[in-house]
Ligand binder design. Structure first.
Ligand SMILES: [Zn+2]
Length: 384
């Protein structure tokens, strides 16, 4: 009888309560999932063979003002068909979580009305957990209708300089999936683990950022990493700008130098030619910028590979510091640049949305904290 009573009070779906201990300040519930079988994530077949038991301690939301601990007995199954060993799913807490989803949801809800510190004190959890729960609750843009296959990851700047956020996008639907107000590897990795499945994601387009690359490698080891084309080309654009060093006002020579050669009118071409004839360094820099664009015009992957290899060598031998740096960066990302010829995906679509975020940023003086700001951003992104 006690079992039913407690289960209803706790409302932990699918969990059967094996034992309850209670003290003046806390309640400890020993529980286990009811299901006898689990589906193998590799081959999809059902198995009942338990490989190992684990006891995991989780925090749950308070009950009768008492702290609730959930001691969850979890099973590691071994698939009888393909031999894969896997942990049983844990919908009550989520994979690798030390709190119940319900606790996180509760504190996230309160955090919209009270300060993070107050919520943390009342519920007896860390301020970090409250903050993370709030972001988690509010930063999932759209629950996936189908599993994600092609993803985009990119960093964008919010409010103050130096505050980078990382967005995760489904490149097939063009929808935002989730955000973290960080660009650290571990945070991005957690976001990927939570919102993308290792089994379905084939490729991820990303900025040339080492933490992002490592996050993908850890969370989605089978996915192909594609260096985002526009960030690759920006390497050369920035280097050219450094060599020339003038403002890129519309119609200025600096602006003409950045434009693709095929988009210049013939008087503009003349101006460019004149400028380049006077300065051999600038001429080399400009040719290198166009050379990198030419790599992306190659149809066959082996031609692209040869052209990129050439470009990196020329950049490094150019004697131009900014291009030597760009060459060194692309050397580190060479394989990821070439992966574009296997999955021609870019974050171009995503960048457009960020421009709207940037417009909003200029109006953002009135926002007192990142939280209300985040809501505004999400409502903007939501509209399409
Ligand atoms: Zn299996």
């Amino acid at each position: 009888m006690q079992e039913n009573c407690i289960t209803i009070q706790l409302r932990l779906p699918g969990v059967k309560v094996l034992d309850v201990k209670e003290d003046r300040h806390w309640i400890e519930v020993l529980g286990q999932y009811r299901t006898e079988e689990a589906e193998c994530p590799r081959c999809g077949r059902s198995t009942w063979q338990v490989h190992q038991w684990h006891l995991q301690q989780k925090r749950d939301a308070r009950l009768w003002k008492k702290v609730v601990y959930l001691a969850l007995l979890k099973r590691r199954f071994r698939c009888r068909h393909c031999r894969k060993v896997f942990m049983e799913p844990d919908p009550v807490c989520g994979a690798r979580r030390r709190t119940t989803a319900r606790l996180r949801d509760t504190v996230a809800g309160w955090a919209s009305e009270a300060t993070v510190r107050a919520v943390a004190r009342v519920e007896g959890v860390s301020e970090g957990l409250v903050e993370r729960s709030w972001v988690e609750k509010h930063s999932v843009v759209a629950p996936p209708r189908q599993p994600h296959v092609l993803l985009g990851l990119d960093g964008f700047c919010v409010r103050r300089p130096g505050r980078m956020w990382t967005g995760m996008w489904d490149l097939e639907t063009g929808q935002g999936v989730a955000f973290v107000p960080e660009e650290r590897q571990l945070s991005v990795q957690r976001m990927l683990e939570r919102h993308a499945s290792r089994e379905t994601v084939r490729a991820v387009a990303t900025d040339l950022s080492e933490p992002l690359r490592q996050a993908v490698e850890m969370a989605l080891p089978d996915a192909l990493i594609v260096a985002d084309k526009f960030h690759v080309l920006a390497q050369a654009g920035r280097a050219l700008h450094e060599v020339h060093g003038e403002k890129r006002q519309r119609g200025s020579i600096a602006w003409l130098l950045q434009r693709g050669v095929e988009r210049l009118t013939s008087p503009e071409r003349q101006r460019v030619t004149q400028a380049l004839t006077k300065e051999p360094d600038l001429a080399r820099a400009w040719a290198l910028k166009e050379g990198l664009r030419a790599v992306y015009k190659k149809r066959r992957p082996e031609d692209a590979a040869a052209a990129l290899e050439n470009w990196i060598r020329e950049a490094q031998a150019s004697g131009l510091r900014p291009f030597q740096r760009a060459g060194a960066t692309l050397r580190k990302w060479q394989q990821e640049v070439l992966n574009y010829w296997r999955y021609p995906i870019t974050n171009a679509l995503v960048e457009g949305k960020h421009n709207r975020v940037k417009t909003l940023k200029r109006r953002a003086y009135g926002y007192r904290n990142d939280r209300s700001f985040l809501l505004r951003i999400l409502s903007l992104i939501h509209t399409d």
